[in-house]
Design a protein. Sequence first.
Length: 229
Amino acid sequence: MDLKIKDIVDLFQVSEKTVYRWIKENKIPCYRINHQYRFNRAEINEWILSNKIELSDTLFELSIAGRPTVFTDLLRRGGIYRNIPGNTIKQVLHNSIDLINTPPHISKEEIISALLNREEMMSTAIGSGIAIPHPRNPMITNIQDACIAICFLQNAVDFNALDGKAVHTLFILLTSSPKRHLEVLSKISYLCRMESFVNLLEKQAAEEEILSFVEVEEKEWQKKGTHNS
């Protein structure tokens, strides 16, 4: 339980009174520990997505405050794939996972099923033609197997995005822990609020162009992480 009331206040830029009202009305996941309220990062992440609340810069700062994730390495491990065929969510997820080099101890069928179950709970589309499919719970046991795959779709697919825009790009996440998942998700969300990065995705830029962009940003994250630690 690593977030406190003040973190939630900063995260959503609301008053403590509002946060306590959310708690009283059971609108936000929390725990009472030693007479104080505590919040789990992973659960808050799910709550943010389910309530269509945009990740704020404060959440991003929280995610880099500890040991920085080697984000670019996760992208290189996962790979970038193009012209993924399919006209439905099920089809594009199935065809994407077929191409991705997934851990040998987990069947591709298991991963596809977990991704589809997550989509049934709530769309992972974040707007601007981008979705971030991921299992509800981490499936990776070895941190070395964690990865992020970028999949450019052959045809844009309706993911029931809040902005109504069909999805052209998937970031498929396979992470090893809830904390790592939140770190990675917040960084993708941060990048996808940058017009220059979204433009790279829309034009399906070359792999090295995308990775170079992310590497520059990651150096800044690492500086902030060092500064905040």
